[in-house]
Design a protein around this ligand. Structure first.
Ligand code: NDP
Ligand code: HSE
Length: 430
């Protein structure tokens, strides 16, 4: 058998230790598939003495992860430290600058610096691989880069954050409010102590911007993703949605029409007959619609040591085989620079929820705002007093331009009749 692919590994936490365990467990099969063994030769983390359940004595240890880029015995570098900048970015730049192939699970870094890193990889003739950065173990990057490469992709969307899906599906199953479920998820260790990157939609936005770039051959534009998280979803929204035949999911959604790139992360109502409505707990799922292949549906574990390590090592197998192309499926120079799309003309049906004071004229005020903005109401429900004495009004609109809904909400902004910010969730269309 030929020479092994020798790997320097930065980060020995959940994913890094998982990578070592996976190579230990499946190394012989991987060697046959890759045509040569994959061997970790050097590692780096913060605390050398920490028990990680793996034998580290067989690897060279370096304290500074960026040193791994200069390790004379390493052909490829894997970064599993995390963070958009800092040691992860320093290592990425150093490794690609030194002409070494580079693998990462770091969606924040790829979302912010992917273009720069792809340029460095292309000019060095080496790989930049990031399968694990989007939807953990699901091979969706490979699916878009390779399997669907012959298609014009019309839209790509999905459940890109397991923490949010866990919280929403538990709210649905137990009828409890967001804050209670989040506190429980934190107690059980499912959600981070600071869950804001997940809950506020930023993690999903990182992943969406990567998917959008691959799907539409566009330069990545993370700063243009419009993001709303799930903090303002209440149990009553989920109950209303269920009564109407929908489930609430945090979706990342992107499409492009040549003039502009639409990228948004937002809670949406998903019809029960759509497969995304049946994606439960922390599972991730991505839908890509191609003009020849039709609808592709990728589903699986979006996080965890095993699934994420599986994606990282798949990237290493490609590198060992010498099978890798440009990081964004086409050379950086061929990527289109698309401005953010004007969302005002997008047409769709929407769910709007107001919590209002129970007094004369409130419904008329809401209806007048809809009328004046040209929003046509398909159905309207009013539910009796909530715990604080306010009343819930839930509206489903007929299909119309988003601009009109935005105008209606703007008209109601600051109204003393409203007890909280209105909730707006678009309804996923086929
Ligand atoms: P962890 O926090 O579990 O591990 C991070 C590792 O990096 C630890 O070994 C830590 O060292 C090391 N580290 C942190 N800072 C430094 C530093 N300044 N210098 C050297 N080493 C450092 O993270 P995860 O394994 O969960 O995540 C790693 C990456 O994978 C992230 O980019 C994450 O977004 C991504 N990812 C994670 C998934 C998951 O399920 N966890 C899923 C998909 C992607 P020490 O152990 O000594 O503290
Ligand atoms: N924090 C992420 C999630 C997992 O909850 O989906 C890593 O991508």
């Amino acid at each position: 058998m030929t020479e092994p692919l020798r790997v320097a590994l930065a980060g020995l936490g959940t994913v890094g230790a998982g990578v070592v365990r996976l190579i230990d467990a499946n190394g012989e099969l991987i060697a046959r598939r890759a045509g040569r063994p994959i061997e970790v030769v050097a590692v780096s983390a913060r605390d050398r003495s920490k028990d990680r359940g793996i034998d580290l004595d067989r690897f060279d240890w370096v304290d500074d992860p960026a040193e791994l880029a200069r390790h004379p015995g390493a052909d490829a570098v894997v970064e599993l430290v995390g963070g958009a900048d800092g040691p992860a970015l320093a290592l990425a730049r150093a490794a690609l600058g030194a002409g070494k192939s580079f693998v990462t699970a770091n969606k924040a870094m790829v979302a912010h610096h992917g273009l720069e890193l792809a340029r460095a990889a292309e000019s060095g003739g080496v790989a930049l691989k990031y399968e694990a950065a989007v939807a953990g173990g699901i091979p969706v990057i490979k699916g878009l880069r390779e399997g669907a490469a012959a298609n014009v992709i019309d839209r790509v969307y999905g459940i890109l954050n397991g923490t949010c899906n866990f919280v929403l599906t538990k709210m649905e199953a137990e009828g409890r409010d967001f804050a209670e479920i989040l506190a429980e998820a934190q107690r059980l260790g499912y959600a981070e102590a600071d869950p804001s990157t997940d809950i506020d939609g930023v993690d999903a936005a990182h992943k969406l911007s990567i998917l959008a770039s691959l799907a539409f051959g566009a330069q990545p534009a993370f700063a243009d993703v419009v993001v709303t998280g799930i903090r303002n979803v209440i149990a009553a929204d989920i109950a209303e949605a269920a009564a109407l035949g929908y489930r609430v999911r945090l979706l990342g959604m992107a499409d492009a029409d040549g003039k502009g790139l639409f990228q948004r992360v937002q809670p949406m109502l998903v019809p029960l007959d759509h497969p995304l409505a049946h994606v439960l707990h922390s599972t991730n799922a991505v839908v890509a619609e191609g003009n020849f292949v039709g609808r592709l549906f990728f589903q699986g574990a979006g996080a965890g040591d095993g699934p994420t390590a599986s994606a990282v090592v798949a990237d290493l197998i490609d590198i060992a085989r010498g099978e890798f192309g440009p990081p964004y499926a086409m050379p950086v120079e061929a990527l289109a620079a698309l401005p953010p799309a004007d969302s005002g003309e997008r047409r769709g049906r929407d769910y709007l929820r107001f919590t209002v004071a129970d007094k004369v004229g409130v419904l008329a005020e809401i209806a007048a705002a809809m009328r004046d903005a040209g929003v046509s109401i398909e159905s309207l429900m009013q539910r009796g007093a909530m715990a604080d004495g306010s009343v819930l009004v839930a509206i489903v609109t007929h299909e119309g331009p988003e601009r009109c809904v935005a105008q209606a909400l703007e008209k109601l902004r600051g109204s003393p009749s409203l007890k909280s910010e209105p909730m707006w969730m678009p309804i996923l269309s086929d």
